[in-house]
Design a protein around this ligand. Structure first.
Ligand SMILES: O=c1[nH]cnc2cc3nc(NCc4cccs4)[nH]c3cc12
Length: 372
């Protein structure tokens, strides 16, 4: 059996090249985790997600507890078997999604009660129930149950919210079922306040967890405030354990956050925007709805080897999007996931060779390249 272990392989400034060993396989970091909300990466077969280079997926506890239900997935062999993905899966704790999707939410020290946005049924989510659900799913990496402090928040509001999340982190650890090769991550809160981020980090250090995430960011603060916060809060987390920045982000967010010491990312952007005709390319983003593509027989991205870029033209992709064809969403999702994985692989290689600064410069130059 494999014990859960983080290997720090190289550093270039604050950027880290690493490897996470888990019961379901190895993750090369920095890594991007495609979001598989309802036990599927929307529009993609799991084998094709793996072909893009993805080594770990994110699953959403909130969605799966509502439908089809955690006990049902457990009875059917767990989430890996259910969705035919045998590599690592990180599941979030459900708290964040409750606050952004559920109806009639009520937060107390105990946890959150809410009504399903699907059929109005009443549910109760506590640190203990969240741990039970993630265990039933068979999650490789379980996230502690927390409250994402909204932005902006006063220091007093941020302190109260963070302190509740730290009490919930302790309850999460006490309820977490330890299994070799599996892990519980703590979530650092504290909004944009250095003293609160430090207090949160110290409380998490007492729990001695195998990994941590930076929470409370990518909540509307904007890239500069996010980077300014990362400049001081990432180093407060143990250097010998993975650091995961939740919900991030667009390509330039990933480059900037890797350079500030982040190892893991998840974001709905590549898949959600792929379904909305937006493509990320080495020369910037473009929207295939735009009529300027209708006669363009060039590939979407001449540096990409995904099926959308090697087998089809921009004109064809534009046609599929305008016609509302399912294949349009599938091909753009596929491409965006491949682009994100290429970006992560490029950063891993750059860190290994000590040229992350140059990589970032070339990345930004390409994005502003124009004439795409
Ligand atoms: O503190 C957090 N705790 C637990 N889950 C999170 C998820 C998060 N996702 C985003 N941003 C990504 C977004 C996706 C769609 C709207 S915002 N920020 C996040 C913060 C947290």
């Amino acid at each position: 059996m494999t014990e859960f272990r983080y290997e720090l392989l190289a550093q270039d400034g604050k950027a880290r090249l690493g490897r996470i060993h888990t019961a379901h396989g190895v993750i090369d970091t920095p890594t991007f985790m495609p979001v598989g909300t309802a036990a599927t990466v929307k529009g993609m077969l799991p084998e094709n997600v793996a072909d893009t280079g993805a080594q770990i997926l994110l699953g959403n506890t909130y969605h799966l507890m509502l439908r089809p239900g955690a006990e049902r997935i457990a009875r059917l062999g767990g989430l890996h078997k259910f969705m035919n993905w045998d590599k690592p899966i990180l599941t979030d704790s459900g708290g964040y999604q409750v606050m952004s999707l559920a109806k009639l939410r009520k937060i107390t020290e105990e946890g959150v009660t809410f009504k399903s946005h699907i059929d109005g049924r009443k549910f109760n989510l506590t640190p203990e129930r969240s741990m039970e659900i993630q265990h039933l799913l068979g999650s490789t990496i379980t996230m502690a149950f927390d409250e994402c402090t909204p932005f902006p928040a006063t220091e007093k509001q941020a302190a109260e919210s963070m302190r509740m999340s730290m009490r919930w982190a302790k309850r999460s650890k006490d309820a977490f079922v330890e299994r070799e090769g599996y892990a519980l991550y703590g979530i650092q809160q504290g909004s944009v306040f250095e003293n609160l981020r430090r207090e949160s980090s110290e409380k998490l250090a007492e729990l001695d967890l195998p990994g941590h995430s930076v929470g409370g960011l990518a909540v509307g603060e904007g890239q500069q405030i996010m980077f300014d916060t990362l400049d001081f809060c990432v180093d407060m987390l143990p250097a010998n354990k993975p650091r995961y920045l939740m919900g991030v982000g667009k390509p330039s967010d990933l480059v900037g956050a890797v350079m500030r010491g982040i190892d893991q990312f998840d974001c709905v952007l590549p898949t959600r925007s792929g379904r909305n005709a937006q493509a990320f390319t080495h020369r910037g983003t473009l929207n295939l709805k735009n009529g300027r593509h209708r006669d363009d027989d060039r590939p979407l991205d001449d540096q990409c080897n995904c099926p959308a870029c090697t087998k089809y033209s921009r004109a064809y992709l534009h046609h599929l999007i305008k016609a509302g064809e399912i294949l349009g969403a599938v091909l753009l999702t596929w491409h965006n996931l491949a682009y994100y994985q290429d970006l992560m692989r490029g950063m891993r290689e750059a860190i290994a060779e000590g040229r992350m600064e140059a990589f970032a410069r070339d990345f930004h130059a390409g994005q502003e390249g124009g004439d795409i």
